[in-house]
Design a protein around this ligand. Structure first.
Ligand code: SAH
Length: 478
């Protein structure tokens, strides 16, 4: 059976939902969302429907179904849990040439309610003609991921300016080209950046010029998260799909690079220690050069771009040179490593604050002043701290942290080869050496770090608190 797809304008029209439970409520809600005048017919209503009826949001037709309920209706949905009753509603509707839907019963339905991706006024509807609704839902999920959340605002803008667009581009081919520009050009990024007025101005300016204006390059600083591809945000994924050039760090693994648009140019700008400053300037120059050629540049960084990622410097540089720059946050190592090690960063009665710090400052500068960090009740998440574990430990102890303060070393956090070494502060330098901790690794210091031993759920745990390391493989859930 092949269905005829249809979007119905029910605004102000009376419609009927038969049934008074949760399913009926969801149907009524969707109909109300479309502006219909909803009557719900049932002997009893669930609490929420009853509240709506009380407030006049819906009308309640009390009692057992009779065909008379259908008088004056445009549409009916049977949503009771009695199949026979649902079929009777459908039969009565059919007799009156009224469209009826029976929930979960394709055979008795004259119309089907699709799974939808809502970017109103843009709506994508998915149907399997009742053959496999669960599969329709999976397709919907896929679309939900790939369709930009800015699309709704883009369509609304196009709707507002439709008359102007049509007047300016009377020829259909021209108009298509204009809409292509609207979809691929600078308007959508402005809408995403919550700058609706500017977006509208750019559109109006384009309508005044001859043909779509040339594309301006831009740079998006994108946080890739700690390495697990599932921790990439939807917005990051979209940026990777749209990029013409991707400049990425070493920390960004292959699983994430695999999501970059196939024909995008990829440049590994991984910085190794030594000669950093030169490398950073080179990155600045590359970003600028590509953006000035009109490309969409993604600067892809591990974790979050604004947490020990030099994203601030890059953004300031780009702004100084007049290049548009947006930022997509990522899950930073502290947050990801803590979660994947079962360590809450704050915990009532144990840690009221959390401090992200690095033991690896700007060339020439020393470690941060750890005086304030010596006090208990604060979790420290230390980036790039492994190489300087000795000095760091000495400082923390000197400033009053107890020798038995729990610590956890999270190596390769969120990756399949993750390893967590749990111990105490006084032992930290020894643990780093004995377990040959590699890069990247994050140090978590504070009472909460003790949770690593009881709450580990991912990767390998080495419990070195008793001084006697025991390797214990954990079930991998993610
Ligand atoms: N911008 C990044 C940090 C870059 S600095 C972020 O927000 O996470 C690099 C340091 O981050 C590493 O030395 C290490 O301390 C930490 N790090 C990054 N990814 C990590 C991971 N998967 N596991 C453990 N530590 C990580």
């Amino acid at each position: 059976m092949k269905l005829y797809p249809l979007f119905a304008d029910l605004h102000g029209l009376p419609v009927l939902v038969v049934g008074g439970g949760g399913v009926a409520r969801r149907k009524a809600e969707a109909l109300l969302g479309a502006g219909a005048q909803v009557t719900v017919g049932a002997p009893r209503l669930d609490a929420e429907l009853a509240a709506w009826a009380g407030a006049g949001t819906i009308r309640w037709q009390r009692g057992e179904f009779v065909p008379g309920w259908l008088d004056g209706m445009w549409l009916v949905i049977a949503a009771t849990d009695e199949r026979g009753l649902n079929a009777a509603v459908a039969a009565a509707a059919s007799e009156r040439r009224l469209f009826a839907n029976v929930v979960d019963d394709a055979a008795h339905s004259r119309f089907h309610v699709p799974a939808v991706v809502d970017r109103s006024p843009l709506v994508v509807a998915v149907s399997t003609a009742g053959a496999a609704p669960a599969l329709a839902r999976r397709v919907r999920e896929t679309l939900e991921r790939v369709l930009d959340h800015g699309l709704g605002a883009l369509v609304a803008l196009a709707q507002r300016q439709r008359a102007r667009i049509v007047r300016r581009h009377e020829n259909l081919a021209d108009r298509r080209a204009f809409y292509d520009w609207l979809h691929d050009g600078p308007v959508l990024p402005l809408l995403r950046a919550a700058r609706g007025q500017e977006a509208e101005q750019v559109l109006l300016a384009a309508l005044q010029g001859d043909g779509p204006p040339p594309r301006k390059g831009s740079v998006t600083l994108v946080g890739a998260g700690p390495g697990h591809p599932g921790l990439l945000t939807l917005q990051a994924l979209r940026a990777l799909n749209e990029a013409d050039v991707v400049l990425h760090d070493q920390l960004v693994g292959d699983a994430i690079l695999a999501m970059v648009r196939r024909d995008a140019e990829r440049i590994d700008v991984g910085k190794r220690c030594g000669g950093r400053q030169v490398a950073q300037e080179q990155i600045h120059r590359l970003m600028l050069a590509h953006a000035r050629e009109g490309r969409r540049v993604v600067r892809l960084k591990g974790g979050d771009p604004f947490v020990f990622g030099r994203g601030g410097e890059e953004m300031a540089f780009l702004r100084r040179h007049g290049v548009a720059c947006a930022v997509v946050p990522g899950v930073t190592a502290a947050v990801a490593c803590a979660a994947f090690a079962g360590i809450p960063l704050t915990q009532r009665g144990q840690a009221q604050s959390v401090c992200l710090l690095t033991a690896h400052g700007k060339a020439g500068s020393d470690m941060p002043d750890v005086q304030a960090l010596g006090r208990p009740g604060q979790t420290l998440a230390i980036y790039m701290g492994v190489e300087r574990a000795d000095a760091l430990t000495a400082r923390l102890l000197a400033h009053g942290r107890a020798t038995d303060t729990p610590v956890a070393i999270v190596e390769n956090g969120s990756l399949p080869q993750q390893r967590v070494i749990a111990g105490v502060l006084a032992e930290l330098p020894r643990l780093v050496r004995e377990h040959a901790v590699g890069s990247p690794a994050l140090l978590i210091v504070g009472e909460v770090a003790a949770c690593a031993t009881s709450q580990a759920w991912f990767g390998e745990l080495v419990d070195a608190r008793a001084g006697q390391p025991v390797a214990e493989p954990m079930a991998e859930l993610a």
